[in-house]
Design a protein around this ligand. Structure first.
Ligand code: MCN
Ligand code: CUN
Length: 796
């Protein structure tokens, strides 16, 4: 008779356990970087450039130095004497820490003041006199490559123009052959506008250098503390063991807190020079105007089609605007991230992608914001292209997708761009979605409504996302291989602590990692504490982004728990006085195979590890696992949206949104649903209202929450979520796939496709995001594409 514990009751896999971290957050007891106060702490503020492109003729900081309470003014010139005016980026470029020769985007860091309080520091920044000689600004890739374009990066040798790279992937010749055989060629051109992750908490750091111990401790808002430790060791030339990076509670990251920002570097140098703790907390405009942007790419492509609906081949070209410094955080092999994950869910014989990256007078960035290295753009283009192709063929949207999907029995499947996908039930997800939205009925309603002048539309989007980099054979950042880690210590009373190399920013790791241990060991999740983010205590890891935590660190948690279980089995055999081979496991308990009532609990084994271990056994019940995944995980999702467009105003309302996500085994269904709802909210925001744009002088439109809109509960439509499709990941120890970005990746195309579907038959092929009412109205009334980011358009 089994005495196994009830997994749901102990908070194991599948339990919608309440988030343990929320108990402090909802009480206002979180510990964010700005909550930390150290004795003798000073405050740093940054002076930013008002101009997008200008030569610096002089900087006069003398009046700032004279202000009482000012301890230090840092300028590029001073940084240069310590070889710190420039720093390396994560994409093998360089980035100015404080400008010396030129400013290259509006909001660029020009000087820093360290003072007794932030107000004095801010006032002193205003007392610094900078003489600029304005230069013409470049705000898009088209102008960047014009023959007479000013060279933005004249600091670099061998950089005669604004082109960062030309890159390609896929099979050019095979794709040419596919196009030669096509009955129909469908084309699409679009712009994915610049957007911003915009977490509620801005970036910040407190550097604390202690001359007596030579130790540098930095509290900072980072999603990847260990990478930062390595970067600080390299940039500041400090010994790595004397650097401790602590990432306290993070108020949202969404990719914004992956890069290394000048503010971090300046606060560190200031603390070393002043031998006092220096705190820098960015304000909202600083965050929106200067930190890790997302997207900003122009995509055009074409699809070779057979008349019956089969896709024969795809060509894609991407023009990427990286801003003034190429600082994308992405695997080093891929210049344009994983954009070539496009069309991975479709069985396509040949594909070819070319990409060109250019500099502009905009803040650096590119990948951040729920993107998994540009999968967001890949899936957006894919699903817009698929809709356009189905329209060109006069085929039903759903049928066209189903016909071209990779079939369930086709796995493992090598995609046209060379990825290996390993599992999925694409058609089933689509069917669940179509049933939930009431597909046939809606199509009938749509036709009837049309006859009465009402515009209804239905948009389908699917996405499959490569989540969980590495494997380390293919994925590295600056040469550091991408794997992750977990450490598990079971104390003698059977309570435990787990630490990983990831860093939660709101995703709920403190809740879910304990659930994995509960599943593997039968220790109730409430008896397990999770700690992340301190490089002195956490095992080395690559951090949290690209939804890699569950695929990699989460796998490491399962693997370390299994190591612990293996040792506990030896302890159990000793306690039960039988040989190890005679010991069986059920959740929470080892028992004797021939006498199941004789058993010991995992907690009894834990005591024994400290109080009664067999002769010759190393005491204790602790271990560490490093996990290098054999492959990425490939979640899949179908999002379907219905809308009504008002032909008079161009305003569109969402009628219904259905999401069918297959992320394999769900550790905590409630947290997964939260991730999906958050992602859909962001998808709705990007498709309907969100963009950061620039005027021709390079002034940033979108550096505050009046211009950069975050939807509240008022604007956000309701979402209907479906969880019945579960395709376990074949190589992940608990069958889980990532989920953190899926809805933000796949969602935008569903909203846009719905509006475009409502406009079908009008001759409008594309409206670029955001689909603001005036843009929809313009498309409808003038029957033409509305492209580019407002207000700067690529077509005028
Ligand atoms: N999970 C689960 N079952 C699965 C998959 C995941 O229960 N099959 C749980 C995980 O255990 C974890 C959460 O869902 O608690 C998200 O897991 P995962 O997909 O592994 O993603 P990460 O933890 O690596 O989070 C990163 C991802 C990214 S890259 C961005 S950007 C983003 C996102 O998460 N930023 C977020 N979601 C966010 N959510 C919040 N609240 N705040 C952010 O900054
Ligand atoms: Cu690109 S946003 Mo998330 O991968 O941190």
């Amino acid at each position: 008779m089994t005495q196994a514990l009830d997994e749901i009751k102990i908070g194991g896999l599948g339990a919608s356990r309440k988030r343990v971290e929320d108990s402090r957050f909802i009480r206002g007891r979180g510990n964010y970087t700005d909550d930390i106060v150290l004795p003798g702490m000073l405050h740093m503020e940054i002076l930013r450039s008002p101009l997008a492109h200008a030569r610096i003729k002089s900087i006069d900081a003398s009046r700032a130095w004279d202000i009482p309470g000012v301890h230090l003014v840092l300028t590029g010139e001073m940084m240069a004497t310590r070889n710190l005016a420039w720093m390396p980026t994560l994409s093998y470029d360089t980035q100015a820490v404080l400008a010396t020769d030129k400013v290259r985007f509006q909001g660029q860091e020009v000087a820093c003041v360290i003072a007794d309080d932030p107000y004095i520091a801010k006032d002193a920044c205003e007392a610094i006199v900078v003489e600029y000689e304005p230069l013409p600004a470049i705000v898009n890739p088209q102008d960047a490559v014009a023959p007479d374009a000013p060279v933005i990066r004249d600091d670099k040798e061998n950089q005669p123009d604004n082109i960062i790279y030309n890159w390609e992937v896929g099979d050019a010749a095979g794709t040419d052959r596919a196009f030669a055989q096509a009955d129909v060629i469908s084309k699409l051109q679009l712009h994915y506008p610049r957007s911003h992750p915009s977490p509620i908490e801005c970036c910040g750091s407190i550097a604390d250098f202690n001359r007596a111990t030579s130790k540098l401790t930095v509290y900072m808002t980072t999603q990847a503390p260990h990478i930062i430790r390595a970067a600080v060791a390299m940039v500041a030339e400090l010994p790595e063991h004397m650097i401790r990076i602590i990432s306290p509670d993070i108020g949202g990251g969404f990719g914004n807190k992956v890069p290394v920002y000048p503010g971090y570097v300046c606060s560190i140098l200031a603390s070393i020079l002043l031998e006092r703790p220096v705190k820098w907390i960015e304000d909202k405009t600083g965050n929106l105007i200067s930190t890790g942007f997302a997207r900003d790419i122009y995509l055009n492509g074409e699809m070779a089609l057979r008349r019956d609906g089969r896709i024969l081949g795809v060509r894609m070209h991407c023009d990427a605007d990286h801003g003034a410094f190429f600082s994308d955080a992405q695997p080093s092999k891929f210049k344009i991230g994983l954009l070539h994950s496009a069309f991975a869910a479709y069985d396509i014989p040949a594909a070819h992608l070319t990409a060109r990256g250019t500099y502009s007078n905009k803040a650096p960035g590119g990948v951040a914001y729920r993107c998994s290295f540009r999968v967001t753009e890949a899936m957006f283009f894919q699903e817009r292209m698929v809709q356009a192709a189905a329209d060109d063929l006069g085929m039903d949207q759903a049928a066209f997708r189903r016909m071209n999907f990779v079939r369930d029995d086709d796995f493992p499947h090598r995609t046209a761009f060379g990825f290996l996908t390993d599992s999925g039930q694409y058609a089933k997800c689509l069917d669940v979605g179509l049933r939930a939205i009431g597909y046939e009925e809606f199509r009938r309603e749509q036709t009837e409504a049309r006859a009465r002048g009402r515009l209804l539309g239905l948009g389908i989007s699917t996405m499959t996302e490569p989540l969980g980099a590495g494997n380390s054979r293919e994925y590295d950042i600056l040469g550091i291989k991408m794997f992750d880690s977990a450490e598990l210590k079971v104390h003698m009373t059977g309570k435990a602590i787990v630490r990983t190399g990831a860093r939660t920013q709101g995703q709920g790791h403190e809740t879910t990692w304990a659930q994995i241990v509960a599943h593997e060991l039968g220790i109730p999740a409430d008896d397990i504490v999770v700690e992340e983010g301190d490089t002195d205590t956490a095992p080395f890891g690559m951090g949290t982004y690209a939804s890699r935590s569950t695929p990699v660190a989460g796998a490491a948690v399962a693997m370390v728990a299994r190591k612990i279980r293996a040792k506990a089995r030896k302890l159990a055999a000793h306690l039960l006085e039988v040989s190890e081979e005679d010991v069986e496991w059920e959740l929470g308990r080892f028992y004797v195979r021939s006498a199941p009532s004789r058993g010991v609990t995992i907690q009894e084994c834990a005591v024994a590890a400290y109080a009664n271990m067999p002769d010759g056994m190393e005491p204790g019940l602790e271990n560490t696992a490093y996990y290098d995944p054999p492959n990425l995980t490939w979640p899949f999702a179908v999002y379907i949206v219905t809308v009504e467009v008002d032909p008079v105003t161009g305003v569109w309302d969402v009628l219904k949104t259905v999401a069918v996500d297959d992320c394999g085994v769900r550790i905590n269904p409630m947290i997964v649903e939260g991730q999906i709802m958050g992602g859909l909210t962001e998808a709705y925001a990007m498709s309907s209202m969100q963009f950061i744009t620039f005027d021709t002088e390079g002034n940033c439109v979108g550096s505050n929450y009046m211009d950069y809109l975050l939807p509240t509960a008022w604007e956000t439509p309701g979402f209907e979520l479906h969880s019945e499709v579960v395709t376990p990941c074949p190589h992940h120890p608990i069958g889980a796939k990532g989920i953190g970005e899926c809805a933000a990746v796949g969602g935008p195309a569903a909203f846009v496709n719905a509006v475009m579907d409502a406009l079908s038959g009008t001759g409008v092929r594309n409206i670029d995001m955001p689909l603001l009412p005036d843009r929809v109205w313009e498309a409808l009334t003038h029957r033409r594409d509305v492209s580019g980011a407002p207000p700067v358009r690529s077509d005028d």
